[in-house]
Design a protein around this ligand. Sequence first.
Ligand SMILES: [Zn+2]
Length: 206
Amino acid sequence: METHGRTPSRRTLLRSGAYLGAAAAGLTTAATTPARADARRDRAAVAYPPTHWIPASTSNYRVSSRPTAYPIDFVVIHVTQETFPDAMKIFQDPAKQVSAHYMVASADGYIGQFVREKDVAWHAGNRDYNNRSIGIEHEGWVDKPEYFTDELYASSAALTAAVCDRYGVPKTRAHIIGHSEVPNADHTDPGKYWDWDRYIDLVKAA
Ligand SMILES: [Zn+2]
């Protein structure tokens, strides 16, 4: 995603983190008590690293049966250009027609999952790449490297490593790509401040 919203103050960001913590506490109860029959389907929600299920509007993604319907070949890295709560509202708004599988919060590395990995999220602006990828949004702005915290990198790298392990995606830059690297992408995220060397090293070490 790369819409151009208002830039929040650091104070707003910290309040967002507190809000998310409360949201997580509420969501955790539901997420940890799935019916036994649903346990396998919900595996992504309880796998390492911890993720929190915050479903996107069903109008904002396409139900599928990956990796049977399509192989998963890529992880696409995004920066939101929004706060986490604002991006969350966008994913939940059926008029927006956008989503990502995951979003990582800047302050503490909290991970929300919005779309099941088996389903096709609409994040890459390219149907073929959407079909064959997992999209991970990162709270922040491409021109504000202070949002790319140690916590965000560590949490996201653990998530990407888990995705790669689940589907046999090589942990290389050929398969872990930026939105800007999707063919015909008109977006610049994650931008020049995203530390790819550091990120790939963290993914490989996770
Ligand atoms: Zn993007």
